[in-house]
Design a protein around this ligand. Structure first.
Ligand SMILES: Cc1ncc(COP(=O)(O)O)c(C=O)c1O
Length: 423
């Protein structure tokens, strides 16, 4: 379907990150969904391939003799990046496994409550549900209504749900469907005061936010590296506070049982270690995007904040969180204009249409009875991508002429440039 939207005259090249060409994404698609599975840059894939070749050349030498020291070096580098200690951090394959390790480690008592929010990730909810069914515990889902005026409301809702039966609170650092940044340090403080365990699900946070895990002072923090650190898939971690470290174990028990989380996680049976060994290369890659190690993250956050404001204006919709970006990282979820809902049967049908017709990849979420679209901002994205999206969706919603996107052309591109200046 042709759209009537007129793209800005500003050249997309003006916004390109020096890292954009390192990604092997198809040029046929406007990729606005780094958040789901990431995309591994070519230099990081090359390093992983080299490790695979090294392992295949001498499997016993690499796996039995060299791997412990290699993995220690990876953990040391990663711990410095995350703001924690390598002996308190276990490498895992994904955030789901990090959450599973915590759920497995707690000695549940019948009647214990586990608090999570309605913005939580479905796989985590399912893991909690399975645990509850097994041990006679109860999942309590805190409702956090939208729109939010600030993070205090989130904290209040979590705090209000804690009671004498609460054993564990699971809070997302960045929520998946709604792309909101929750006040995890404050919620962890409330948990400590109430003597309740706290797990932060930071699946999206590493590489997106400036992390200092130890200063959050939660009991556990788990995060993915295959999203915003751009590591190969299968790279994630679980950090345990000294309070809970002695009894925290990975999901699988193997030879190193009894040697502490870090070593137990290092060896959970024979596996392909090439992804974990490539973590330092991914950290080097994301640090090479500008004058400082966090230049890329700051650029991406600025781009997402601008896209959030521009899309809300273009579609005449109320934002889910403040337009100053106080609750955003490098993703933003925006309500869709009402017209889309009357023309497509379901959110997934509309997502398929946006991909097939406009060649734009972005998740569309049915949330609270309304459809929303989540955008991500990564090195390869420019304001042009979001302007194309704005026009395509507006046309699908039945908007006429340039409609809601009138005036967001060159003006918006200039605003984006101002936003990105100095990042
Ligand atoms: C908040 C949150 N938790 C957990 C996960 C699970 O991540 P994975 O599938 O890598 O285990 C995700 C995935 O996107 C997520 O967004």
């Amino acid at each position: 379907m042709a759209t009537t939207f007129i793209p800005p005259t500003d050249s997309a090249a003006a916004f390109r990150s020096p890292l954009a060409d390192s990604f092997s994404l198809s040029q046929e698609v406007v990729f606005l969904n780094h958040g789901s599975f990431g995309s591994v840059p070519k230099p990081v894939s090359a390093v992983q391939q080299a490790f695979l070749a090294e392992i295949e050349a001498q499997p016993v030498e690499m796996l039995a003799r060299k791997m412990p020291a290699r993995l220690l070096a990876v953990r040391e580098r990663l711990a410095a990046f995350l703001g924690t200690h390598p002996e308190r951090m276990g490498l895992v394959t994904n955030a789901t496994a990090g959450v599973g390790s915590v759920l497995r480690s707690i000695d549940w008592r019948k009647g214990d409550q586990i608090i999570l929010s309605n913005h939580g990730y479905n796989a985590v909810r399912q893991a909690v549900q399975a645990q509850c069914e097994r041990f006679g515990c109860e999942a309590v889902v805190v409702d956090i209504p939208l729109p939010l005026r600030g993070p205090d409301e989130v904290r209040r809702r979590f705090r209000g749900a804690i009671n004498a039966r609460t054993r564990l609170v699971i809070v997302d650092h960045i929520t998946s469907p709604t792309a909101l940044r929750f006040p995890v340090a404050e919620i962890a403080a409330d948990c400590r005061a109430a003597r309740v365990l706290c797990l932060v699900d930071g699946a999206h946070a590493p590489g997106m936010l400036d992390l200092d895990v130890d200063s959050i002072d939660c009991d556990w923090y788990t995060g993915n590296l295959h999203k915003w650190v751009c590591a190969p898939r299968g790279c994630a971690f679980l950090v345990a506070n000294p309070r809970v470290l002695p009894w925290t174990h990975p999901e699988t028990t193997s030879h190193p049982y009894g040697n502490g989380l870090a070593l137990e996680a290092d060896w959970q049976g024979t596996r392909d270690f090439s992804a974990w060994l490539s973590i330092p290369a991914a950290l080097d890659f994301i640090a090479s995007g500008g004058p400082s190690a966090s230049s890329l993250a700051r650029r991406n956050i600025a781009l997402a904040r601008w896209a959030h404001e521009m899309l809300c204006g273009a579609w005449h919709v109320e934002p889910l969180s403040p337009l100053d970006g106080a609750m955003l990282g490098s993703m933003a979820t925006v309500p869709l204009p009402a017209g889309t809902r009357s023309r497509f049967a379901s959110a997934s049908e509309y997502q398929a249409h946006v991909y097939a017709t406009h060649r734009i990849e972005a998740p569309i979420i049915d949330w609270g009875g309304r459809w929303h679209l989540r955008v991500s901002a990564q090195a390869y994205n420019t304001p042009q991508d979001y302007l194309l999206l704005a026009g395509a969706v507006w046309a699908d919603a039945g908007g006429s002429g340039t409609g809601g996107t009138a005036g967001v052309g060159t003006e918006a591109a200039a605003a984006a440039r101002a936003c990105l200046k100095g990042t």
